[in-house]
Design a protein around this ligand. Sequence first.
Ligand SMILES: Cc1ncc(C[n+]2csc(CCOP(=O)(O)OP(=O)(O)O)c2C)c(N)n1
Ligand SMILES: [Mg+2]
Length: 667
Amino acid sequence: MARLNGFTKQQLLDVYRIMYSARALDNKILIMLKQNKGFFHMGCSGHEAAQVAAGLTINEGRDWSYPYYRDGAYTLALGMTARDHFLAFLGRAADPNSGGRQMPMHYSNRSLRIVSQSSATGTQYLQSVGCAMTRKLEKNKEVVYVSSGEGTTSQGDFHEALNLACIEKAPVVFHIQDNEYAISTHKSEQTAGSVYSLTSGYENLSRYEVDGTDFFETSLAFKQAVERARRGKGPSIIISNVVRLLPHSSSDDQRKYRTPEDLENDLLRDPIILFKNNCVNEKIFTEKDIVKIENQVNKQINEDAIWAEDQDHPDVNTALNYVYSKENTGTETKLVNKSENVVMVDAINHALHEEMANNEKMVIYGEDIADPKGGVFTATKGLSTAFGKERVFNSPLAESSIVGTAVGMAVAGYKPVIEIQFADYIWTAMMQIRNEVSVMRYRSNNDWVCPLIIRVPVGGYIHGALCHSQSIDGYFMHMPGIYIAYPSNAKDAKGLLKMACRMNDPVIFMEHKGLYRQPYAATEEPNEDYLLPFGKANYVAKGEDLTIICWGAMVQKSIEAIQKLELGENSVEIIDLRTLNPIDYETIEYSLSKTGKVLVVYEDNLTNGPGSEICSVITDKYFDLLDGPVRRIASKDSPIPYNWFLEEKVLIQVEDIARAINDLLEY
Ligand SMILES: Cc1ncc(C[n+]2csc(CCOP(=O)(O)OP(=O)(O)O)c2C)c(N)n1
Ligand SMILES: [Mg+2]
């Protein structure tokens, strides 16, 4: 039987059918756009050969895919249908990518193991590496595909991902589809040299640069790269040079920044025409075969479009579904203490020990967390010795790498409990937290979940200056989709952390550095069965004249303020919130119904800080209970200086709280 480069006639007809379907889909959707049936499209025209070569090499449903928005033909090769594409374009309820939650071309399909993608270019790389790291832990031969355009390789995450993939010899195939443009920016303005040359220094990386308009050449590269990954030899990068035959998106007009000659030259490299001519010239199939396929595809696509338009929009009452899991945030178990005083950092360490023993899918990593150091605060001491360096390991010094890989691990069914060494350095991971961690469940319509835990030492009073003192609670309370714990003592820290380890949602777990070894934050240690639910505040003191709402290091400061004022028993009620998402407004309401006055005390700086929101909710909802103004007191709107007299001036002090209490009591 006739073969071309090892492919049978039937295989080549299938390749043509998929490539042509992708092109026909682009064209049909652009027509529907003009008819105002949808709002946005990003075509794959010109990229089809490279994408189909990749898609046919990846084993659908077994391997994992992190495609990007231009990977339409890739998804068809993997098994997505034209109907799936139309449903996404039309934002319908049955859209398998996101149920109409994301813009079109944000691919996701659980049964094909296409992991949900966001719009942020480049976040997919580290996630694919994290996913691949779990494949290594499983000791299976699954491979992870990740792709992007050439412009996106300017993102730091690209290099972080290559670095880590190479250190880990992770089974990842990076596919960079180089169409020379990132929207309007030519690669000469984008890349110092070529992506191929830029990536030359990574040990264990196999590199290919291919003509991505040539199906056969690209296919060969993918076969080799996938085979290499399956054999555990490490990652590969394939840069396929392609043409972008359409503008960047339906909102773009490339005639504004490309010359007519440039555009005409691209047409000469149309991969579908090249493939067809090649097969016809080699007498594999005839023009007649081609016409037959094209007619079939066109008919099917028109029918599918009509079918999709007939499908329902999502029920508007589902708009808030899946911000969190349906499971609640836990119920408290009976407190049985197992030992005498434990300091907070040791309670955290013991919680991690117990949960690692409890869940073999749990992994712990971060900067310097492995033995012999066991973390800069020793929170993870002994864990790598007890559970092995496969499950407890040091990460590179790169926060986006830590969070990005954890997203990949979590979607693959693992429970990453990661450490960011200091809150002040969480910002380089913010893209992953904001656009990936907190929205994975929502954007995939509950198909993919990301229940990781980010442990992060926060707060000041340790002479740590601007970059070892920051409070970050205000930033994260603003973010739907991620729970926040912020314990003030050892018992709560242990109960909340163990609870977080068993929850099915992402958690940011804030640990105040100043409390780690404080005798006043030490408690008797609860036994291994103790779990503390999220959203349940604690009465630290009972009273009838005024309610103080606080958490973290402000709990002790509030206690000291009352002592300083010598107010005696039953005057000021102190509520320790323990978690900032959810917030226990029930307890707040009950307390206000007794006291009628409230002071919110927070360590973060005043403006738009976490207490601003709490005050606002109180004013809104419990105004009728109030007998005085809603007050808040916080640190100054300033960076935190090193000199301890200056530091004292900026951070909120016991005297400030005492003064505010007095004012309110006298009101
Ligand atoms: C982090 C981020 N910055 C900017 C954008 C806007 N944006 C979307 S696609 C794109 C160009 C990407 O070009 P390239 O990586 O070459 O892929 P191509 O579209 O050419 O296939 C830009 C700037 C974005 N989505 N995310
Ligand atoms: Mg590009």
